[in-house]
Design a protein around this ligand. Structure first.
Ligand SMILES: Cc1cc2nc3c(=O)[nH]c(=O)nc-3n(C[C@H](O)[C@H](O)[C@H](O)COP(=O)(O)OP(=O)(O)OC[C@H]3O[C@@H](n4cnc5c(N)ncnc54)[C@H](O)[C@@H]3O)c2cc1C
Length: 424
């Protein structure tokens, strides 16, 4: 009979995986449950969506990552609910008992109530999303090549990215590179560089969390790459062949066959379930309001971390939904559990150490803000490359991505330009 304290972790993303790893030497057994059998490096999803990398480059099987950590048992399955008073996690076909529970199931995209937009403007969160977007982008050039009506050719060659956060900026920049460089000389009837790419942002700057100067530099870089950046502009309708923009009193309809959503997220549905089971609160995005030690109110052995948690920073604002927050919270909760098992009573509240943020715009163009150091252009881009390469899980992936980036840099090629799956 196994007597070690049983920690159940739901979600093998950044938060869950780092919590599991930090429990490596702890006198506990860990069960890590995820509905996918891999850990996904979401910051590079846009590269899969634009043919620069293949899915396996940015995803690593959880069993492989944790194969040497003997106290972890990986379970492939979807968690459907909780019975907190009885310490039970429910999956579709069985239940697992826990002593401590860490829930890190992240977020998914959110269309602010316009659920019908999802069909026309896919978001980027999973490998499947990335492949669907890749298909749409590449198919648009193929359809334009076949089309004879000039208006339709232009509609196929028009791309609208909604949302000027890091994902939107990176997507728009990458589509610009494809149109201007990667596809050069690939077509006979159309000139891919005639593509129009719009980036639409509701606020008065792209990269809203960045200092205005860096954000302005990013917008300027995008414009130099031929991207039409619309600030202070709201999307009011999305259909299969057009999008309606509203800026102040004026509205504009853009005929576009490819629209990509990078504008909002909401918490995984497990957040509401968990909060309901614990009588806890969720915010308007469905993130669970947690105690300073990331636990649920009245359930000190149940923790919510990463994107699913709403934990305010020193100014009272929720911490951003970024990988570093999830990683630090995963490690923090693991340390806290170890302390409790050692009967060390007090534990300081979770504090986020902001090591900075960075976004790439295109080849040799990026912005990076590390607080004490701000980089743009080529140096920002090198910093971005280095940090993302080092954060990728698994040496094999790092080597493969490094080789492909070097090749892509020299040739401006994107070798994963495959139209796969079902589509138009
Ligand atoms: C396109 C994109 C680009 C990004 N770029 C950056 C960036 O450049 N820098 C940065 O810091 N952050 C970036 N982020 C944000 C970052 O990826 C997240 O903050 C981070 O992944 C959050 O980690 P998490 O552990 O909370 O959730 P996730 O990493 O999302 O992991 C959640 C896990 O839970 C699993 N899961 C969900 N529901 C269930 C269920 N019911 N049962 C079982 N398993 C379940 C999922 O399969 C997944 O493995 C980006 C995100 C996206 C989508």
């Amino acid at each position: 009979m196994e007597t070690r304290h049983h920690v159940v972790i739901v979600g093998g993303g950044f938060g869950g995986l780092h919590a599991a790893r930090a429990l490596k030497r702890a006198p506990v057994r860990v069960t890590l449950i995820d509905r996918r059998n891999f850990h996904l490096f979401q910051p590079l999803l846009y590269q899969v969506a634009t043919g620069g990398l293949s899915p396996a480059d940015i995803a690593s099987p959880l069993r492989g990552i944790l194969s040497h950590q003997k106290n972890v048992h990986v379970v492939l399955g979807e968690v459907t609910g909780f019975d907190l008073p009885n310490h039970i996690v429910r999956l579709a076909d069985h239940a697992i008992h826990f002593d401590s529970l860490i829930v890190a199931t992240g977020v998914r995209h959110h269309y602010f109530g316009n659920t019908d937009w999802e069909h026309h403007a896919p978001g980027l969160k999973t490998i499947e999303d990335a492949l669907a977007i890749r298909r749409r982008i590449l198919y648009a050039f193929e359809a334009a090549e076949r089309e004879t009506d000039p208006a339709l050719v232009q509609a196929w060659l028009t791309f609208v990215v909604v949302g000027g956060g890091p994902t939107g900026v990176e997507m728009a920049g990458a589509i610009g590179e494809i149109a201007h460089f990667t596809l050069r000389n690939n077509f006979r009837s159309i000139d891919p560089s005639q593509a129009r790419i719009y980036l639409v942002e509701g606020l008065n700057q792209v990269l809203s969390n960045y200092r205005p100067k860096l954000a302005a530099r990013a917008a300027n870089d995008l414009q130099q790459m031929g991207i039409d950046v619309h600030l202070n502009t709201m999307v009011t309708d999305i259909q299969a062949d057009h999008v309606v923009l509203k800026s102040g009193a004026s509205t504009q309809e853009i005929q576009a066959k490819t629209i990509i959503w990078a504008a909002g997220v909401q918490a995984s549905p497990l957040g509401k379930q968990l909060a309901g089971a614990a009588d806890a609160e969720v915010d308007r995005l469905g993130r669970v309001l947690v105690e300073p030690d990331m636990s649920l109110p009245n359930y000190p052995h149940v923790f919510v971390i990463g994107d699913l948690a709403n934990r305010p920073d020193v100014e009272g604002q929720p911490l951003p939904g970024v990988a570093l927050v999830a990683i630090q919270q995963g490690k923090y909760v693991a340390r806290l559990l170890i302390k409790r098992l050692n009967n060390e009573s007090t534990s300081p509240p979770f504090r986020y150490i902001n090591l900075g943020s960075m976004a790439t715009i295109g080849r040799a163009r990026a912005v990076a803000d590390m607080g004490w150091l701000r980089l743009t252009g080529y140096w920002g881009w090198l910093a971005w490359l280095f940090v993302h390469l080092m954060r990728l899980v698994g040496y094999e992936n790092r080597i493969s991505v490094f080789v492909q980036w070097a090749y892509n840099y020299v040739t401006r090629n994107r070798s994963a330009r495959l139209i796969t799956g079902e589509g138009e």
